[in-house]
Design a protein around this ligand. Structure first.
Ligand code: SIN
Length: 277
């Protein structure tokens, strides 16, 4: 096995592991790599839909998305498409998947189907490191507090939900839950900063102004480049991220306004998580 680190913060590209192998021994290796690097990448792994689902199910039961319908034949698989003429794409701001759910996603497995000749990278930021390096004054203010996460957090996501459902006018029901701002990883016991720009709306127990001010400082901190890594996709690549420990951002920089009208197609399965504590 070969492990190439993507940055000093998180992320590793792995060679020598076959993701089709769903033996317990292979899964243990994959899960250990995930816990260590928080996001792991594999190239040239042309998984079938069934193999993609089988890999996801090794981590636990798969999630259905509250807003976006999966494939007709396999509802657990979401197809994420940015069309040639579109500017925006799904996930193009810092977020942790469905953090507004009572039990946010444990792990997400994203496979590339069609990739633009340039652009469309995905960035990840390490939230264990973000907690460790956060300003002490902010830490003291938030360490025992909870925050509200709302599914109607970001306009760009809502617009994309509508397009992916083919229902431009639909009004979406809000899903909202409160979670500790600093959660404990259920497998490693590490502390993790668990808020994100897209879905976290306010800190419970602070007035809105103070909450906005502190959240803005935290969101800026989480986006510090020295906490991140960036993956340039090729077709048939697979990323697996520990959604409890990272936030991520899909960069939409390949749209017609830049003379780069290209399509990007991904398929994703997500694994049900625990209630953060
Ligand atoms: C996502 O945010 O789940 C999708 C990331 C990507 O398409 O790169």
């Amino acid at each position: 096995m070969e492990i190439k680190l993507l940055s000093g913060a998180l992320g590793a590209e792995i060679k020598g592991i076959d993701l089709k192998d769903t033996s317990d021994e292979n899964f243990k290796k994959i899960n250990n790599l995930l816990l260590e690097h928080k996001v792991i990448f594999f190239r040239d792994q042309p998984l079938t839909t069934e193999e993609h689902i089988a890999l996801g199910e090794k981590f636990g039961p798969l999630e259905l998305h509250a807003y976006v319908k999966g494939k007709e034949s396999h509802p657990e698989i979401l197809r994420i498409i940015k069309g040639v003429d579109e500017k925006n794409q799904w996930g193009e701001n810092w977020h942790s998947d469905v953090s507004y759910n009572q039990k946010p996603t444990k792990a997400t497995i994203l496979k590339s189907i069609k990739i633009p000749p340039v652009g469309g990278d995905t960035c990840f930021s390490n939230m264990e490191l973000a907690w460790e390096t956060l300003d002490e004054n902010i830490k003291n203010k938030i360490s025992n507090k909870k925050a509200i996460h709302s599914s109607l957090g970001a306009d760009s996501f809502i617009e994309k939900f509508k397009q992916m459902n083919g229902n431009e006018n639909k009004k979406y029901k809000e899903y909202s839950n409160e979670h500790p701002i600093v959660r404990t990883h259920p497998e490693t016991g590490k502390k993790i900063l668990f808020v994100n720009w897209t879905f976290t709306k306010n800190i419970i127990g602070l007035n809105q102004d103070e909450s906005d001010k502190i959240l803005k400082q935290i969101f800026e901190h989480q986006a510090r480049l020295d906490l991140t890594c960036r993956f340039t996709w090729t077709e048939n690549a697979v990323a697996i991220w520990d959604n409890r420990s990272v936030i991520h951002y899909a960069i939409s920089d390949f749209y017609p306004g830049r003379g780069l009208g290209h399509e990007r197609i991904m398929e994703r399965v997500a694994v049900e998580g625990d209630q953060p504590f």
